[in-house]
Design a protein around this ligand. Structure first.
Ligand code: A3P
Length: 317
């Protein structure tokens, strides 16, 4: 029951190491090796205890600011392409996060989507902390990551925009940078998050599709085809000839989504986690924007950490 859960959750949280929350909350908690916002942690623990995955579920996983919103839109448009078209798709009226729920915020609501034939759920939970049923059910996992320099810059601006909208003072860039390098960022350490999914995808290539934002930007159609095949909704040659993939890519493009009224003016969130303006999820959508924000020294420092952390893994970022 809920009271018991709340009581044991509070007890558990009081024992966890606390870290800097970039000014957006009192602290982050270190849980199973990763730094989590307490409200999200509540959902993670609840999902670990209760979430029952089914083999047909599709879980979209990501490290924050790696392209979650984009992946949600592309995958949703792909698997619902026979139910909706460009003028009826819910993507026109809802931010992708309201369409594909986050496990740690809304896993209970997900069952309705599944019953409607849209078995899509998303999460930032690290691989090692996923509910056991996700691993055991053999359901499909699609993971997206990104050059940590761009993810850091994206995260920094994201948090700053939220704080400014709440009339609060954002953290300095360098202070945030040092925390990020130390691994003290949302669902960080960043590199451990990426490596967890990378290793699992090498071990279980049929179960986990590992994607990079940069590759997706380079040839989005190719990756939409790949995602569709992987999750069991492949495009027929007829569909390909008729430009269905192209239309999905266009519908989910940064230009299209960021200019929709709902994404310019709407808000997303829950009373517990707080609300965020939808436009905060759309900033520039470019590869390599870190060049406009980081000094050469900062970039070299991040590259150095990335090289060290990924050495021996066959992954490069
Ligand atoms: P920038 O801050 O570099 O612009 P997430 O969705 O995981 O929170 O990641 C946010 C990043 O993805 C932001 O990066 C955002 O602009 C970018 N993004 C959002 N929608 C996108 C889209 N449709 N295509 C490409 N990038 C997108």
């Amino acid at each position: 029951n809920e009271n018991e859960f709340e009581k044991s959750f509070k007890e558990m949280i009081s024992t966890l190491p606390k870290g800097n929350c970039w000014g957006i909350y009192k602290y982050l908690c270190q849980y199973q090796g990763f730094w989590l916002h307490p409200s999200f942690l509540r959902g993670v623990v609840s999902a670990q205890q209760q979430f029952q995955a089914q083999p047909t579920d599709i879980i979209l996983c990501s490290v924050p600011k790696a392209g979650t919103t984009w992946l949600k839109s592309l995958t949703f448009a792909t698997i619902t392409r026979t139910s909706y078209n460009d003028s009826t798709t819910p993507l026109l009226f809802k931010v992708p996060h309201d369409i594909v729920p986050f496990m740690e915020l809304h896993h209970a609501q997900f069952f309705t989507n599944r019953d409607r034939g849209i078995p899509l759920l998303s999460t930032h939970v690290p691989y090692s902390s996923l509910p056991r049923s996700i691993i055991e059910s053999g359901c499909k996992i699609v993971y997206i990551c990104r050059d940590p320099k761009d993810s850091f810059v994206s995260l920094y601006h994201f948090i700053a925009r939220i704080l400014i909208s709440r009339n609060a003072q954002p953290l300095g860039l360098y202070e945030a940078f040092e925390l990020f390098c130390e691994g003290e960022s949302f669902y960080g350490p960043y590199w451990d998050h990426v490596l967890g999914y990378w290793k699992a995808s090498v071990e279980h290539p049929g179960r986990i599709l590992f994607l990079k934002y940069e590759d997706m930007s380079d040839d989005t159609e190719f990756y939409v085809k790949k995602i569709a095949e992987f999750v069991g909704y492949p495009f027929s040659s007829e569909e390909q000839k008729n430009g269905v993939i192209e239309r999905i890519v266009k519908m989910s493009s940064f230009e299209k989504l960021s200019n929709l009224e709902v994404n310019k003016t709407g808000v997303y969130g829950t009373p517990k986690t707080g609300f965020v303006e939808n436009n905060t999820y759309f900033r520039k959508g470019k590869v390599g924007d870190w060049k406009n924000c980081l000094t050469a020294e900062m970039a070299a420092q991040l590259d150095q950490i990335t090289m060290q952390k990924l050495s021996g893994s066959s992954l490069s970022l």
